[in-house]
Design a protein around this ligand. Structure first.
Ligand code: GTP
Ligand code: MG
Length: 323
């Protein structure tokens, strides 16, 4: 593959080149990995920055519907929008791709939008790296906003939050008890909580839920990266396309403030360090899977099981062998 040509075509905003490049970063083949690295390295200096928006919410809350109507609103403003997904569970991804093809029908036909479903199942670390690289490719290809969706299944939210400039949590209207159902850690990641389905018969429940969450957000520890009034809760209706412009105005104001105050840059710097450490960790773990390491482990296992070596002694010997 001609990497220089691919790079030029991405910089010229050719969608097919972008799709091809994402396929390249998704590949597990060693030669592809090297080409992907070379490509990303050559694009690093493109200097373009998209607004990276993480979006999480439990199944059925309306993520796909929201992305479709919010995305259409953004392209209507003349912005180019890319949609990526972090979905580590194999069982779901098949269904969600099918579902999203119908649910994001308008957006997927919009020439200012680019939708890339989650790559098929791998461990979260692999999905994280590939999504991160896909985000970088979308930025180089001139997208203004990159939406990164994940279903609320615990760890994947952290992954998405660590690659986003701002994090949206989508919730459904619900009774007060269900407030407890959202894990505190996830609430703490949210910059804006959007209570969706604020329409029809659900509208008043949605407004009450929103007030509950606004109260809950006020009780959280104040974060330095928040201006007055953030994190905040708002109601929207993805279906009726209501409240979306207001949500976008809040997001824009938040990011403008963070850029002004240096938080945007320091968050990106911190995220780069986070992923650096994460990859080192993954690399070390992968070394444990090499056949020679497995043999050593098995040999030391026997020593530990029989009591001839203590676990710490064996661990030290193993680590010394690996370094
Ligand atoms: N009344 C109402 N229904 C909505 C709204 N947004 C989504 N829905 C409905 O909620 C259901 C689920 O919506 P999706 O957009 O597929 O939800 P999702 O979060 O993408 O679901 P998964 O992909 O399964 O995680 C669909 O029947 C939607 O029509 C809304 O704003 N109002
Ligand atoms: Mg969906």
């Amino acid at each position: 593959m001609d990497i220089a040509d691919l790079r030029d075509r991405i910089l010229k905003q050719e969608r097919r080149a972008l799709a091809r490049a994402i396929t390249l970063v998704e590949s597990g083949r060693e030669d592809h990995r090297q080409q992907a690295s070379a490509l990303l390295e050559s694009l690093r200096e493109s200097g373009k920055h998209a607004l990276r928006v993480g979006l999480s919410g439990t199944p059925g809350v309306g993520k796909s519907t929201f992305i479709e109507s919010f995305g259409m609103m953004l392209t209507g403003l003349g912005l180019k929008v890319a949609v990526l997904a972090v979905d580590p569970s194999s069982a779901r991804s098949g269904g969600s791709i099918l579902g999203d093809k119908t649910r994001m029908e308008r957006l997927s036909r919009d020439k200012n939008a680019f939708i890339r479903p989650s790559p098929s199942q791998t461990h979260l670390g692999g999905v994280a790296r590939r999504t991160r690289e896909a985000v970088a490719l979308c930025e180089a290809a001139g997208f203004d906003v990159v939406l990164i969706e994940t279903v609320g299944v615990g760890q994947s939210e952290t992954v998405v939050a660590e690659m986003s400039d701002l994090f949206l949590l989508l919730l459904a209207p619900a009774g007060g008890d269900e407030l407890q159902g959202v894990k505190r850690g996830i609430m703490e990641m949210a910059d804006i909580v959007l209570v969706n389905k604020a329409d029809g018969a659900l509208k008043s429940t949605a407004m009450r839920t929103c007030a509950d969450y606004a109260g809950a957000l006020r009780l959280l520890r104040k974060r330095p990266q928040d201006p007055e009034g953030f994190p905040k809760a708002m109601t929207v209706s993805a279906l009726e396309e209501d409240g979306l412009a207001g949500a976008w105005a809040e997001m824009s104001a938040l990011i403008a403030w963070r850029k002004e105050e240096g938080h945007w840059a320091s968050r990106r710097a911190g995220q780069a360090q986070f992923w650096f450490h994460e990859e080192v960790r993954q690399g070390l773990l992968a070394q444990l899977n090499h056949p020679s390491a497995r043999d050593s482990l098995a040999a030391l296992d026997a020593e530990v099981a029989s009591g001839r070596m203590t676990p710490s002694q064996a661990a030290q010997q193993m680590l010394a062998q690996m370094s």
